[in-house]
Design a binder for this molecule. Sequence first.
Ligand SMILES: NC(=O)c1ccc[n+]([C@@H]2O[C@H](COP(=O)([O-])OP(=O)(O)OC[C@H]3O[C@@H](n4cnc5c(N)ncnc54)[C@H](OP(=O)(O)O)[C@@H]3O)[C@@H](O)[C@H]2O)c1
Length: 316
Amino acid sequence: MELRQLGRTALKVSPVCLGGNVFGWTSDEKASFAVLDDFTASGGNFIDTADVYSTWVPGHKGGESETVLGKWLKSRGNRDKVIVATKVGSDMGNGKKGLKAAYIAQAIEDSLTRLQTDYVDLYQSHRDDEGTPQEETLGAYARLIQAGKVRAIGASNFTAVRLREALDLSAKNGIPRYESLQPEYNLYSRAGYEAELEPLCRKEQIGVIGYFGLASGFLTGKYRSEADFNKSPRGEDMGQYFNERGFRILKALDGVAAEAKATPAQVAIAWLIARPGVTAPIVSATRIEQSHELIKAMRLTLSPAQIAALDRASAA
Ligand SMILES: NC(=O)c1ccc[n+]([C@@H]2O[C@H](COP(=O)([O-])OP(=O)(O)OC[C@H]3O[C@@H](n4cnc5c(N)ncnc54)[C@H](OP(=O)(O)O)[C@@H]3O)[C@@H](O)[C@H]2O)c1
């Protein structure tokens, strides 16, 4: 499988990044290990997590996903074969949040301990922190890179204005810049990224690793009526896609899938992989059958006519 360069870094990643928010949540340790084994055995090498996963689950305090991933890395002895991305900044409780330098210096140690490694390949600001000067945050990251604890940095959920400002500060201060952006991006949610972030990222060669690649499962076509909402804990979020445009997109996915002898999920991911500027969509999988689909999507090439049909169906 051909690997792709992430931004201007030396990191070479598979064209799909395995989303890790499900590890230790809807995917227990055994199921997570099975998916991780399957994904990496078939050429996937890029895995995304965050310190905050999965604080939203009653009884969890954050770090559950990193802990599962760390145990897997340790037990498989394959740390140098895998590109590990994690994030800092979301609210972990007890005042642990934000992008202040002192907090980042502490948070990376906690992540490294849970991940059972001494470096993270891609360390990302989970969300913007307007209460902290970006110069302070970027300085903290520069020190982590200098110390060998982090190989590259990225931003998630940033506006184009704030990302531009961060890039300018890095250039002015001669320190490492954000090399990747993690926005919400999929066939349904396009405008928020495509309007301003996409041109900026393409111009600056920022690697784009969008999240919710399958719109949390909607784009697989498994939610067609409200009776389907109970198929997964993610079902409760599906109402937002149940409108004329959402069903038009599903119909186009069905059509292309039939033509390409693929599934709607594979087609939705292949459309993202083909989008200029995208390095690797992030998609999670809770079962081996789902990780098989990720692998197939990485090998599926859509024709220009199929991409145009999907573009037409998803136009606002
Ligand atoms: N930066 C951020 O703020 C942010 C926010 C959200 C997510 N993320 C990242 O993005 C990743 C992906 O997010 P996500 O998991 O919420 O959304 P997603 O990738 O759009 O949806 C994945 C979910 O869809 C279902 N699915 C996957 N493959 C399928 C298939 N072939 N057939 C049927 N169903 C399938 C699975 O859920 P079921 O178990 O329900 O079947 C899976 O967990 C996360 O793991 C995380 O790393 C980042």
